[in-house]
Design a protein around this ligand. Structure first.
Ligand SMILES: NC(=O)c1ccc[n+]([C@@H]2O[C@H](COP(=O)([O-])OP(=O)(O)OC[C@H]3O[C@@H](n4cnc5c(N)ncnc54)[C@H](OP(=O)(O)O)[C@@H]3O)[C@@H](O)[C@H]2O)c1
Length: 282
């Protein structure tokens, strides 16, 4: 049960922008939008929001049944849906998606890198788990970077857009227990920031969306998140679509700048606080 305080905090700190359907139509009509991680959570919410526009959605994820169900549901509206089943933990996933697009003669105008993997695990419990690092880097950095690279020539032709769904933690003091997630999200952030001007001069937009906690199945394994304020999935989708419509270079909650200042100024106390908290659980 959400308390009144949690609801108030969500109202003050976890709102996304409001957007009218007419504005969505204006920007996305006749466009082809590829969304990774579109079967659940934020990606699914983006697809549902775009379904009322005459556009083509290319939905990428592992769960074929869910993608097919979503295709049937979304095509009752204005959009056309193509699905690509792939596992982004595999290092050749970007190449497979690209082949698929070529075979079906699909030209992407807007690329939304949304699929992601988060793991909360101590490094001491990860000593025999090479896959934690490998999978995080594959899905959060290697495949999005390769897919971007492969699609860039056509995105350049179409003055396309690339959007990366990131996390507010990528701008804050690195939290312990989240090493693989944190490192792979920061890697993608830095990669995009580095190519941003190179792409801008060729009229290709890039945008990083730094989301706070969002209530999706991703946060379910972390029990203490149940009682914390979080963004609704529709608000996160609105933040993504609004950023694309506004050709923004980044979107973040209004208070993140304050959190960054605190994180920078108080890095030493934060470090000792983490040591204290982890020491108590040792
Ligand atoms: N939820 C949060 O609090 C939060 C906060 C900040 C940022 N984010 C970011 O938001 C993005 C979306 O997360 P979410 O909260 O919507 O999570 P979610 O509900 O768990 O959805 C994740 C999506 O990614 C797909 N996916 C996962 N592993 C995959 C793989 N190996 N290959 C292909 N697709 C895969 C999933 O589909 P299948 O399982 O069908 O493959 C699903 O469609 C992520 O990049 C995440 O880092 C989330």
């Amino acid at each position: 049960m959400q308390t009144k305080i949690t609801k108030l905090a969500e109202f003050l700190f976890f709102q996304g922008p409001r957007i009218a359907q007419s504005k969505i139509d204006q920007h996305f009509q006749k466009k082809t939008i590829l969304i990774t991680g579109a079967s659940f959570g934020i990606g699914e919410a983006c697809a549902k929001r775009l379904a009322h526009t005459e556009c083509t959605l290319v939905l990428v994820a592992r769960s074929t049944d869910k993608l097919l169900q979503l295709k049937n549901e979304l095509e009752l509206n204005q959009c056309q849906v193509k699905i690509i089943t792939t596992d982004l933990y595999q290092l050749d996933a970007a190449e497979n998606i690209f082949q698929h697009l070529q075979v079906q003669d699909i030209q992407v105008d807007i690329l939304i890198h949304n699929a992601g993997k988060s793991i909360q695990r101590s490094i001491w419990k990860s000593l025999n788990r090479a896959q934690d690092i490998d999978r995080s880097v594959a899905i959060n950095f290697i495949n999005p970077a390769h897919l971007t690279r492969l699609l860039l020539p056509e995105l350049k032709q179409q003055s396309g857009q690339i959007l990366v769904v990131s996390t507010i933690n990528a701008k804050l003091f690195a939290p312990p227990l989240w090493s693989s997630y944190q490192a792979s999200k920061v890697a993608m952030q830095q990669w995009i920031l580095a190519i941003q001007p190179e792409l801008a001069i060729h009229q290709v937009d890039t945008c990083l969306v730094y989301l706070p906690l969002v209530r999706t199945r991703m946060i379910l394994p972390t029990k203490h998140y149940d009682h914390m304020p979080a963004m609704q999935v529709q608000s996160a989708a609105n933040a993504i679509l609004d950023s694309l419509m506004g050709h923004k270079r980044q979107w973040q909650p209004w208070w993140l700048i304050l959190a960054q200042i605190v994180s920078g100024l108080l890095s030493t106390p934060i470090y000792y606080f983490y040591c204290y908290m982890l020491g108590r659980k040792k």
